[in-house]
Design a protein around this ligand. Structure first.
Ligand SMILES: Cc1cc2nc3c(=O)[nH]c(=O)nc-3n(C[C@H](O)[C@H](O)[C@H](O)COP(=O)(O)O)c2cc1C
Length: 353
């Protein structure tokens, strides 16, 4: 299925610049979405880390300020069950840090603030009727997906391999994001967890374009207009950028993250599972160096985060980013410290003029 009642993804792209703001849980929000929409890109609001009430408020504010299209982004993972043993092993691995900082207790397992798409999220999508709904980590169950499709939303999801792209296309996705290994934040992978074989954007986009009939959106390591032009030359219909916006004032992130982004180089990032239990790309810090970057001790997503929360709370006020994720892609050094609208205008002028 490549069209719906509101037209195809290509119809949508004909009305905007083929430039998608990456939804960024914990960093992206209303102000960033508005800046991108006002410059003619596809705005996104990350729904996985905010309450339904907050999301509803943000969507209403977005609609009041702009007529541009909106992408609501959800995580489609399954919540882990019976992870007590894994959590105990994780707490034991982190115990030396607790001792170092004199922190007495480790907290119980919690969701880590990253809820999967469920019936309540689906009801909200039905009420808010975004033009686009995107998923990370695959797709929700068919019954929920059918309900999202019935709203007329264009459904997109990220794939890290051609096999994942074909899987998404078979289930009716209207477009597929080719997320290359360079990308910042969580790997979208849902049919593979082999981090040794992650495919780079350049190789992935070209092979995905050949393999599926729906539009492919390139993501990962695209830091400026040169990257956009390269992705389009490979056959991508659009590009999605996350890290390129991370230094803009509209992004809600910590001062330690901003400082790390200011000093980043091409080889400053790695894929790690120590922060949430799921592989993600971030700037290398102490926890990644000493416990990871990949470890079999991390409990399933998103449980790893809860045991880290006290360490982060203790160290962050001292200006340390040792125990928090500093998500960034491999092109982070290309990111400019500038308002998001200015970044958009520069990207558009350089790529499409
Ligand atoms: C800080 C940060 C948070 C992210 N959070 C999400 C998210 O909530 N949902 C999602 O689908 N992708 C998320 N991503 C991944 C992006 O969708 C996209 O794949 C990535 O930003 C592209 O690579 P780039 O960062 O090199 O531009 C995140 C990326 C970053 C950098």
């Amino acid at each position: 299925m490549s069209t719906n009642t509101r037209g195809s993804f290509s119809d949508l792209l004909s009305r905007i610049h083929p430039l998608l703001l990456a939804p960024m849980a914990g960093s992206g929000g209303l102000q960033l979405a508005l800046a991108v929409a006002q410059e003619g890109g596809l705005a996104a609001l990350p729904a996985a880390s905010v309450s339904g009430e907050q999301l509803e408020k943000d969507v209403h504010s977005f609609r009041a300020a702009t007529g541009g299209p909106l992408n609501l982004n959800y995580f489609a993972h399954r919540s882990p069950e019976h992870a007590e043993d894994a959590m105990a092993a994780w707490r034991e691995r982190l115990a030396p840090y607790y001792r170092q900082f004199g922190l007495a207790e480790t907290p119980a397992a919690a969701g880590g603030g990253r809820a999967p798409f469920d019936a309540a999220s689906c009801a909200l999508v039905e009420a808010l009727r975004p033009e686009v709904v995107s998923f990370h980590f695959g797709l929700p169950d068919k019954a929920l997906l059918d309900r999202v499709m019935a709203t007329g939303a264009l459904v997109i999801s990220s794939a890290t391999t051609v096999t994942e792209a074909q899987w998404l296309a078979q289930r009716g996705c209207h477009a597929i994001i080719a997320q290359g290994a360079e990308a910042g934040g969580h790997r979208a992978s849902f049919l593979t967890d082999d981090m040794a074989t992650q495919v780079g954007t350049m190789a992935l986009v070209a092979q995905m374009v050949d393999a599926v009939d729906v539009p492919v959106i390139a993501a990962g390591g695209i830091g400026d207009a040169r990257g956009i032009r390269a992705a389009l030359a490979l056959g991508a219909s659009a590009v999605q950028l996350g890290t390129a916006f991370l230094r803009s004032p509209e992004v809600m992130t910590t001062s330690v993250h901003r400082e790390a982004l200011r000093n980043v180089r091409d080889d400053s990032t790695a894929i790690t599972n120590v922060f949430t239990g799921r592989p993600a790309r971030g700037i290398i810090n102490r926890l990644m160096r000493e416990v990871g970057p990949m470890t079999t001790l991390a409990p399933p997503f998103p449980l790893a985060a809860s045991a880290l929360a006290p360490l982060r709370a203790h160290t962050e006020p001292q200006g340390s980013g040792d125990f928090q994720p500093l998500w960034a892609g491999q092109a982070a050094a290309l990111a400019r410290e500038a308002p998001a609208a200015e970044i958009m205008r520069e990207l558009i002028a350089g790529a499409f003029a």
